[in-house]
Design a protein around this ligand. Structure first.
Ligand code: SF4
Length: 378
């Protein structure tokens, strides 16, 4: 401290400096060894941190506003792996061939999973379940999958007018709605859903997914499950159109189909309770459509033994995510070519596969991981 010798001891962290007293630390002998008191807010009157023996404890105030910058500057996303050395020496072409092999492997794995689902449920039902899972995103994959299993595509298409209400009902989003809290337009919409759900409710009540499996707070407003469920209902309604676009085997056609789905209520709203947006928002945006293509449609085409690789390899990545960035950091660190290796969905999928197969299996801090040696021989 202030250029002195290192001091060893405990550090107390509080929101407000005075909490030291309010929490009784000033008279608690267990806090005698404290060497630093860190807090976020200063109280109005000057406060000195003192231990039970009246020793003055140095203070530090943190400004939360500068933390994100300080952390992103100082703390790397992940530690570089042992494989960075061999990868740095490999020409870009060779790295691409490593990534291509991993991406092809992952695509085949997804196709095998969908093939098994098709055997159990049939083509359309399996595809519907996969699309539902993709609409649930990582956070709500489970409830969306359960709903698509409990309200299979065929039964939804048999009662198309009630399909949306059945999905919302099974999701538990229509349990005892208090219509009085909504403005007129929302009230009418919820009432119609409720009226249509009501005749199915007794029979389906035991299938309603439990509220505790929903994660409603960690999603972006436009990705709220309410909107995604409405998208799933529209997909069930427009299923023949989706099948026709799939038969063309053109990623662009499927993308157009997904991105132009309309819902007069939900294209202007984030949730039941939210204020309407001024501009219409796509029910399924560009990045989600790309994810559905990569994770569902291409593997689905692959189950029909079509060579989808040339088109798959060209799909641009619209977004990156934390796992991809961690994998890229471990494998490529500050290699200037790193950006080139996360530009396509295929490359991102490849990084995820390597990360799952090697990094997540390794508990030796890279020492026993076979990947670097495999790269030397590649
Ligand atoms: S575990 Fe293996 S693949 Fe992952 S960073 Fe370490 S050496 Fe690389």
């Amino acid at each position: 401290m202030n250029g002195g010798q290192p001091i060893r001891g405990s550090i107390e962290i509080d929101l407000v400096d005075r909490n030291w007293d309010l929490h009784g630390h000033a008279t608690n002998p267990a806090f005698e060894e404290t060497v630093l008191h860190v807090f976020v807010d200063k109280s109005e009157r000057e406060f000195f941190t003192r231990t039970k023996s009246h020793r003055n404890v140095p203070q530090i105030r943190i400004d939360p506003a500068i933390l994100p910058e300080a952390f992103s500057a100082n703390i790397p996303l992940a530690r570089p792996g042992r494989c960075q050395a061999p990868l740095k020496d490999l020409p870009e072409e060779r790295i691409r061939s490593v990534l291509e092999a991993a991406a092809r492997f992952r695509l085949e794995k997804k196709a095998a999973r969908i093939r098994a689902k098709i055997e159990n449920h049939g083509r359309d039902a399996a595809l519907f379940q996969e699309i539902a899972a993709a609409l649930g995103y990582k956070e709500n994959k489970l409830p969306f999958t359960l709903i698509a299993q409990r309200a299979p595509l065929k039964s939804l298409r048999d009662s198309l007018d009630d399909a949306e209400a059945i999905l919302f009902g099974l999701a538990g989003f229509l349990e005892a709605p208090d219509l009085a809290v909504y403005k007129k337009r929302v009230r009418n919409y919820v009432r119609e859903l409720w009226d249509r759900w009501w005749p199915h409710r007794d029979e389906m009540q035991r299938l309603i997914v439990p509220a505790k499996i929903w994660k409603l707070t960690s999603t972006r407003p436009a990705n709220h499950p309410h909107r995604r469920l409405a998208a799933l209902a529209i997909i069930a309604r427009e299923w023949p159109g989706l099948r026709r676009s799939l038969n063309k085997r053109s990623p662009k056609t499927v993308e157009n189909f997904l991105e132009t789905l309309h819902h007069p209520f939900w294209e202007l709203r984030y949730t039941f309770a939210a204020v309407p947006s001024k501009e219409p928002m796509a029910l399924i945006g560009q990045s989600r459509a790309a994810e559905i293509l990569a994770n569902v449609i291409f593997p689905f085409w692959r189950t029909e033994d079509h060579d989808v690789w040339p088109d798959y390899a060209k799909l641009p990545a619209r977004l990156t995510n934390r796992r991809v960035e961690v994998a890229a950091t471990r494998l490529f660190g500050d290699d200037p070519r790193r950006r080139n290796f996360i530009r396509t969905i295929a490359h991102q999928q490849a990084l995820l596969q390597i990360y799952e197969d090697f990094c997540l299996q390794d508990d030796s801090d890279c020492a026993q991981c076979p990947f670097p040696e495999q790269m030397k021989k590649w």
